[in-house]
Design a protein around this ligand. Structure first.
Ligand code: ARG
Length: 460
């Protein structure tokens, strides 16, 4: 049976292919809980403002609660009706319970405000879930970072080993990034958490609804200040998708690095077996599928931002059916990110650090060239000159195939005896990271402070 909320002015039924093409119930049924919560609050507000009798408002409210109950318990309840969208579904099912009164719940109300109210509620909840999951990931990075606070490894620029850092420092860098991603969801939540209900189709409502009370009832922090804006606006959805996309993109970068650095060519750490898969042919393989999928899903989430922006482009003010395309993009971004975060957290928590391999990779002497130049400069040589001198030492060491530290000790002895005497300290990995103790640096104590600050930031 086809159930519509309109049709008085029609003599024919909609074309079948168009009906199926236009129906959003296959996907907006996900908003059933939000739609019913908003409809219940609206019914009670209708009673409060005297638009309908209190007793009717109560019957509507109870009927709506029953619809939700049945949706959860009665098999096939959602699939039996051929309805256009979640709003039509609720009103039709409500009609089975309260009869004609069901239509009164729609008094002066438009699906244009309903759909965006439900979506805002969904986005708000998704922001909370994303923020909580990001806190978990930040905590896991901080735990691992503390475990590897002293573990020296190479830091890279241009995918070439550049200077020694600690594993903890690397983990802290990621932790701060994900902490910002979490804040982004908190910010996005604030702008999403504005109530459109009471906007009517586009021009507001003639009923003396207490919108502030309605907002409070539904957990909204504010009411929309312009009805036309309220039904037209999807910037909250695009902003949410961007918050998802930025976090997923960071997951993608993290994954890329974990894939390389856990592989046999680097071997800085091992991935937990629980997040790898074997090969159907090659018995030796443990493939980083989980990480590859985290990386791959960034495409999907980035696309959601694009979908939402392009969807809005060129739309005049007011509701247009194009806007129905908002929901799947939002769901897709949310599902991808919320599915990814626990996996990423599990991988990070299960990393098995190989300190010896990290330290060996960080012992390549070129990694200490910059430190040597700075020491020379602090002994009085102008920095550009010091840089040049060390560059020549590097070339000499490579040409003679001898350790840089030996060449440096020999050639600096005459003019810079104090530096020559300290060469072993300058080239010592642990000493080198300890030297960078200014706030934000890689020294273990500095990193420990930074990790605990990151941790504190996600507990607020
Ligand atoms: N299913 C629609 C959507 O998701 C609800 C709003 C429909 N409004 C309308 N005037 N056709 O956007």
């Amino acid at each position: 049976m086809t159930a519509k909320l309109w049709g008085g002015n029609y003599e024919t039924a909609p074309d079948r292919a168009f009906w199926e093409f236009g129906a959003s119930f296959p996907f907006d049924r996900r908003l059933l809980g939000e739609e019913i919560a908003a409809s219940r609050a609206y019914a009670l507000a209708l009673g409060e403002c005297g638009a309908i009798p209190h007793a009717d408002a109560r019957r509507l409210d109870e009927g709506l609660a029953l619809v939700l109950e049945r949706a959860k318990t009665v098999p096939g309840y959602l699939d039996e009706l051929d309805v256009e969208d979640v709003h039509s579904f609720v009103e039709t099912r409500l009609g089975e319970i309260v009869g004609e009164l069901a239509g009164q719940g729609h008094l002066a109300r438009s699906r244009n405000e309903q759909t965006v109210t439900a979506l805002r509620m969904f986005v708000r909840a998704a922001c909370d879930r994303a923020a909580a999951a990001l806190s978990g990931l930040v905590e896991a990075l901080c735990d691992k970072g503390e475990e590897g606070a002293e573990a020296v490894m190479p830091g890279f620029t241009h995918v070439r080993a550049a200077e020694p850092i600690t594993f903890g420092f690397w983990a802290s860098a990621l932790a701060w990034g994900f902490a910002r991603d979490r804040q982004r969801f908190q910010d996005a939540r604030r702008r999403a958490n504005v109530l459109p209900l009471g906007s009517g189709a586009l021009a507001g409502t003639p009923l003396p609804l207490d919108r502030a009370r309605l907002a409070a009832e539904l957990g909204f922090e504010a009411v929309s200040p312009n009805a036309l804006d309220a039904v037209s606006d999807r910037d909250f959805a695009a902003e949410f998708a961007f918050a998802c996309a930025q976090a997923q993109t960071r997951l993608s970068r993290l994954s890329e690095e974990l894939i390389w650095h856990s592989g046999p060519e680097y071997g800085f750490y091992r991935l937990p077996d629980a997040y790898t898969t074997g090969s159907s042919l090659m018995p030796q393989k443990k493939n980083p599928d989980a990480l590859e999928l985290l990386r791959g899903k960034a495409a999907r989430v980035q696309a959601a931002v694009q979908r939402l922006l392009v969807m809005q482009k060129g739309l005049p003010a007011g509701y247009q059916k194009d806007l129905q395309e908002d929901k799947e993009a939002v769901f897709d971004a949310a599902d991808a990110l919320l599915g990814s975060l626990p996996v990423a957290t599990g991988v990070v928590a299960g990393l098995v650090l190989d300190r010896d391999t990290m330290r060996r990779a960080a012992s390549r002497e070129e990694l200490y060239a910059a430190s040597l130049a700075v020491v020379l400069a602090r002994e009085g040589l102008p920095f550009r000159q010091a840089h040049h001198v060390v560059g020549e030492l590097v070339v000499a060491a490579q040409a003679l195939k001898r350790p840089l530290r030996d060449i440096a000790r020999e050639r600096l002895r005459a003019q810079h005896p104090a530096v020559a005497a300290r060469i072993d300290t300058i080239f010592d990995p642990a000493e080198a990271v300890r030297a960078k103790a200014t706030e934000g640096g890689t020294a273990p104590e500095t990193v420990r402070a930074s990790l605990s600050a990151a941790r504190a930031s996600v507990r607020r």
